[in-house]
Design a protein around this ligand. Sequence first.
Ligand code: ADP
Ligand code: ASP
Ligand code: MG
Length: 420
Amino acid sequence: MSGTVVMKFGGTSVADAERIKRAARRIVSAREQGHRVVAVLSARGKTTDELISAAEEVSTNPDPREMDMLLSTGERISCALCAMAINDLGHRAISLTGSQAGIVTDTSHTKARILDVRADRIHEALDEDLIVLVAGFQGVSTARDVTTLGRGGSDTTAVALAAALDAEVCDIYTDVAGVYSADPRIVPDARKLPVVSFEEMLEMSASGAGVLQLRSVEYARNHNVRIHCRSSFTEAPGTLVVGEEETMERPLITAVTHSRDEARLTLLGVPDHPGVSGRIFTALAEANINVDMIIQDEPDNDGAEAHMSFTVPRTDLRQARLALDPVAAEVGIRAISENSDMGKVSVVGAGMKSHPGVAAKVFSTLGDQGINIEMISTSPIKISCVVSVEAVDRAVRALHEAFDLGADQIEVEHPFGAPA
Ligand code: ADP
Ligand code: ASP
Ligand code: MG
């Protein structure tokens, strides 16, 4: 008997009955090759979005604990249906909720972190020759409540299970054939990347490449789990996300990523006292809000006010205001303004560490397009620019072209797999 494989199917890959049966056949085929199979499923199609809308229809500020009770149902539906389809193929399957599967998290509802995987129930089921289906995106908190892991969290469920079960590989089946040099929905001639290092994938996911949730990549790097991100519609190999030692020499730039989900907050008239910034960002951290870019204008000699701007995910804007308003009143910030229509474009590449000039090219490319750069941040292998959301697509295409990332010389694939 060969080893354990974890196979994760995303929302599009289980969107309707036909696709659930297709996933079931693929899972059975892995079992017939002799593997012990654990499959992690996402909610079908747009189910999670619909559940969020349903909550917003009944409440302006849905209670996070109840939100998690609601959101966790989508993945359970997929797993139960897929188990039925597998049973009809003559195999035995059991579906488990995140809690039954032993996914233990902290108590931060709607973006919980996995603390432990107690996989004894999965081991028992595998020992009984069952195919195990685990509802993605959810767990049970140390306070025994149902939690969810943040949007895209089924990827993290899959990687965490692969680590706990010492699986050979964590296959992430999705609606694109792998990780591309840019989102193929924006850049049709984007190139499929055969191998990406954890380091680069972390920067890509952190800057908006939602094909793999950021935490899944962090988890994979920390536990050395090989991820194979591939199409659920074809057999072709996809993208391996692995340790840097397994990647060959990297090009200067690997990918252009983007996000349309940024919001900017500007604090006007920030008092010039030590400790004020600490107060502001402690309040945000305590509200579990991830601040991305920060800019502070020093007051000049004319006595002009000091401003501070930073970006947060748009979905956290309301929570950020709730956390900031009392601090602002207390420390004497004059006003807070918001812009919720911001986006971000980034270029990522391990090769830029040793090559100057990347930033210059990014800025001049965006400048030539007449795109205003509102904020900038860099890491050794990434340059990100905040731009207005309507400029994002144009910025991505221009940068992809400027850095010659296209697939011209490489075989062109249909990025969305077989037609639906
Ligand atoms: P799933 O439901 O399978 O988890 P997601 O929608 O979360 O799928 O992720 C797949 C999507 O990620 C693709 O349809 C694609 O539009 C988007 N995407 C963004 N950036 C990239 C990229 N660099 N490479 C591949 N896909 C990307
Ligand atoms: N269903 C959840 C979402 O839409 C989790 C996932 O798909 O990974 O975000
Ligand atoms: Mg996803």
